[in-house]
Write a protein that binds this ligand. Structure first.
Ligand code: IPM
Ligand code: MN
Length: 368
């Protein structure tokens, strides 16, 4: 038995969360059996499910469960039912943002990968994405406009004045930049810092800090791009990028854009990491209430989030690789959920896709 121990907090949340999580746990079981380890999987309520059952999007017992776990496998939260709540109580803000802050998850990795076989799913013209692409957005997650102080609305004259603050300190930039350089080392060895250094003070500090750190990573090419230009280049030629390093809001926006050009939100995982091995892993897409409960959601984003978790929080790159190969295999062999099926093409259910991935992982045809 491989020496892998630990507990996973399984927070399915709302919308398609529970069904894609159930499908993912089937793959988890297959990978445990085929790779000889066993983790402890413990479920907790979060998001709208937490509000309905406990009155809070992040109930105390869920937070305790996360604190006693090695990693959190997160589904998705939110939906129309909770949209009329005050902004601070809504599932997205009241569950995700505190989890990021409490656990110091300052680095958010969002790979946007277009498999060549799915080039037709991208809204970009085929010649721009013919060979597929693989861009990694590394987003700073606990600073910038999301958390900077002051953050308030006050009465002013006949109206009000609202302020958010984009503040960064050197150490906050350094730690996420290290993550970006390390990620690039295992990829195409290129980091592009996205900023607005022609206007923003904080961007000047980003440039200075990232440049200084680059000296420690001589094998990595570094360049800079203004965020408006980056938004444009992502739809012109996404394949020109390797790692995009972004402050919090820029990364929020550009990672959605990168996901969109990659064809389906249903395929993209993400990892939120801090200082140690603890991490929170979640699909890039949302809770998709419109298709929830129908059994047609694409489980691949959640399954690839499991792979990221096994690699980054449990040190199991081989198990992660087996899952990724199985996913690439089912895509290559034409297995499609409705979101990625071509018009007229047969589409499969959440369970069928996950079952096939689990089967390949178990039989070792996912290993390579
Ligand atoms: C994301 C989401 C969140 C964010 C929202 C739901 C608070 O858009 O994870 O990208 O803005 O960070
Ligand atoms: Mn977002």
């Amino acid at each position: 038995m491989a020496d892998v121990k630990g507990r996973v907090a399984v927070l399915s949340g709302d919308g398609i969360g529970p069904e894609v999580m159930e499908a993912t746990l089937q793959v988890a079981e297959a990978v445990e059996n085929s790779h000889g380890f066993k983790l402890e999987w413990k479920k907790g309520l979060v998001g709208g499910a937490g509000i309905d059952a406990k009155g809070k999007a992040l109930p105390e017992e869920t937070l305790e469960l996360c604190k006693s776990s090695t990693a959190v496998l997160f589904g998705s939260v939110g939906g129309p039912k909770w949209e009329s709540l005050p902004p601070n109580e809504q599932p997205e803000r009241a569950a995700l943002l505190p989890l990021r802050k409490i656990f110091g998850l300052y680095a958010n990795l969002r790979p946007a990968v277009l498999y060549p076989e799915l080039a037709g799913c991208s809204p970009l013209r085929p010649e721009r994405v013919a060979g597929g692409f693989d861009v990694l957005v590394v987003r700073e997650l606990t600073g910038g406009l999301y958390f900077g102080q002051p953050k308030e609305t006050v009465k002013k004259g006949a109206g009000e004045r609202a302020v958010d603050t984009m503040a960064y300190e050197t150490h906050e930039i350094e730690r996420v930049t290290e993550v970006a350089f390390r990620a690039a080392a295992g990829r195409k060895k290129k980091v592009t810092l996205v900023d607005k250094a022609n206007v923003l003070e904080s961007s000047l500090l980003w440039r200075k800090t990232v440049k200084a750190l680059a000296a420690r990573h001589p094998g990595i090419a570094l360049d800079f791009i203004y965020v408006d230009n980056a938004a444009m280049q992502l739809v012109r030629d996404p394949g020109r990028f390797d790692v995009l390093l972004c402050e919090n809001l820029f990364g929020d926006i550009l990672s959605d854009e990168a996901a969109a050009v990659a064809g389906s939100l249903g395929m993209l995982p993400s990892a939120s990491l801090g200082q140690g091995t603890f991490g929170l892993y979640e699909p890039a897409g949302g809770s998709a209430p419109d298709i929830a409960g129908k059994g047609i959601a694409n489980p691949i984003a959640q399954i690839l989030s499991l792979a990221l978790m096994l690699e980054m929080s449990f040190g199991q790159p081989t198990a992660a690789g087996a899952i990724r190969s199985a996913v690439a295999g089912v895509i290559r062999d034409g297995w499609r959920t409705a979101d990625i099926a071509a018009p007229g093409e047969k589409s499969r259910s959440t369970r069928e896709i996950a079952g096939e991935i689990a089967r390949r992982v178990a039989s070792g045809s996912g290993k390579r």
